[in-house]
Ligand binder design. Structure first.
Ligand SMILES: [Zn+2]
Ligand SMILES: [Zn+2]
Ligand SMILES: [Zn+2]
Length: 279
């Protein structure tokens, strides 16, 4: 499987839309890997992870053919992960020659309700026919083409059950874990029962070098170190597992080069917009 990071920032983007803090000014000056759009990733060009407001930019940048996407996994309804208005234009007079006639959307109830509330009268019947929503329960695996996908409960928000996802295909696996704090015990139990190390583990690192602690709804490098060690201890990861940190906020302060130095000491990599990881 090939995972491509299309966007790697937290909610406000980095530089933030309205922000002139030191970290955002530095990112504007440096450009390159320090420009981070809102978090989104794609597996093998056909399985999309989240639909943030920067999706359109990812299309323009040439890294995303949205019409070819067959399956969309949405983690939760925060606007940096789900921008429902975009789906209104999937078909009818708005989009011709869809490579995938249907888009299967997998999400929680809040995401589905958010879409239909936003779409309102704008949703054409011929567009509605191209969309198929499936609402999920934690730990209930399902198939999407060649993929076996398990939604896992994220420690992130009280108003809805945010998910992160385990994606498996032909003996390889990706754990895409954003937005979440340190994992719940039940998640570790589930991963331990698989008796298999995950190939790629992508961890929330919203806070950069700062710690969120046991109850936090995001993570920083100190939290990621704890999660990594726990996953190694239970056999859900091994020396071949690639750990990538992702979903960064300017509030963490450290830019790509500084973060990479810290992460490398812990055997982890730092994502950037455009990074491809094949496992
Ligand atoms: Zn987020
Ligand atoms: Zn800033
Ligand atoms: Zn969130």
């Amino acid at each position: 499987m090939k995972l491509t990071y299309l966007g790697t920032a937290a909610a406000e983007g980095w530089p933030g839309t309205f922000c002139n803090c030191t970290a955002c000014r530095s990112a504007r000056a440096l450009g390159g890997k320090d420009i981070r759009t809102r978090s989104q990733a794609i597996v093998d060009g056909e399985l999309l992870l989240d639909l943030p407001c920067d999706t359109y930019f990812h299309i323009l940048r040439g890294s995303l053919d949205l019409s070819a996407v067959r399956w969309l996994l949405v983690t939760h309804s925060h606007t940096d992960h789900f921008y429902p208005s975009e789906l209104i234009f999937r078909g009818g007079c708005y989009a011709y020659g869809l490579k995938s006639p249907k888009l299967e959307v997998f999400c929680n109830n809040a995401v589905r309700d958010c879409f239909y509330r936003t779409a309102g009268n704008e949703l054409l019947p011929e567009v509605a026919q191209t969309l198929c929503f499936h609402t999920l329960q934690p730990f209930e695996s399902f198939e999407a083409g060649p993929y076996i996908i398990t939604p896992l409960p994220a420690r992130h928000m009280k108003t809805e059950q945010a998910f992160f996802y385990l994606i498996e295909r032909e003996g390889r696996s990706i754990l895409y874990a954003h937005d979440t704090g340190r994992f719940f015990t039940e998640v570790y139990d589930f991963l331990e029962r698989r008796h298999t190390a995950v190939s790629l583990i992508s961890l929330d690192c919203t806070s950069g070098p700062l710690e969120n602690g046991e109850e936090g709804g995001h993570m920083g490098i100190p939290d990621a170190i704890c999660v990594k060690q726990h996953l190694l201890d239970i056999g859900a990861a091994n020396t071949h597992t690639r750990f990538v940190l992702n979903h960064f906020s300017h509030n963490g302060g450290l830019l790509y080069a500084e973060l990479s130095l810290l992460a490398a000491r812990e055997g982890m990599e730092v994502s950037w917009d455009g990074l491809e990881v094949t496992v």
